[in-house]
Design a protein around this ligand. Sequence first.
Ligand SMILES: [Zn+2]
Length: 268
Amino acid sequence: MIPIDRRSALRAAAGVAVTGALATGCTDGASDSVPPSAVPSGSPSATGSRTGGSRPVAQAAPAPRRFPGLPAEIEHGPRDRPGVALTFHGQGDPATATALLAEAERAGAHVTVLAVGTWLDEHPALARRILDGGHDLGNHTLHHVDISEMDEERAYAEIVGCADRLRRLTGSIGTWFRPSRTQHATELVRRLAARAGYPHVLSYDVDSLDFTSPGATAVTRAVTDEIRNGSVVSLHFGYADTVAALPALLDALKRRGMRAVTTTELLT
Ligand SMILES: [Zn+2]
């Protein structure tokens, strides 16, 4: 129902900013191509607390999709096509986030950002910045604590807490969910993610280990040693090594004929 690529529509709608539309539950006039069902007036986002303030909402971002034939936990895409997905833990200094996005865009690459909910509270403009760059935006829990160790009620609150913030800022709960502090979701977390509206959880098959700050060269090498067609790579905002590594990493991918695409494009 909702087209995947809404960049041009988003730009067109940018001049029709409807301040506080989600807060009032009124989506009329946001854009003539937004179905009223995109933001149900009875949804928690319409009436919930607002930590991000009253922001212009141009148009609902893409919603999660079910990919038939793919498992509940996705680790990689097809191995017979040259696409790869660079996926970022979305937290930390917003300057590293915008630097990484700009560098990716300079190279014609698109990435996937799994945003931590409290990070969106601190930097609400980044949600739209990520979408406007043609990247995927998803949910990486509210507080980024060890979700595998939580009971059902607290784990679910971590998932929907971030989903609510994404919905308030973008009109969608985001295209992906990745659990916090683990490569693999427990069965409980997979079930709770599905209940919250995410048919799949997003894992990865290549770990850059950039969060250990091993130096830019080591980050690039960790990825290029392991990456192959269809790979989903774990990377992080908030680390200088990652910013320094990205140009060489994107160059290396290009030389090998690989394209850095969003996770949605990787699997579509
Ligand atoms: Zn993380």
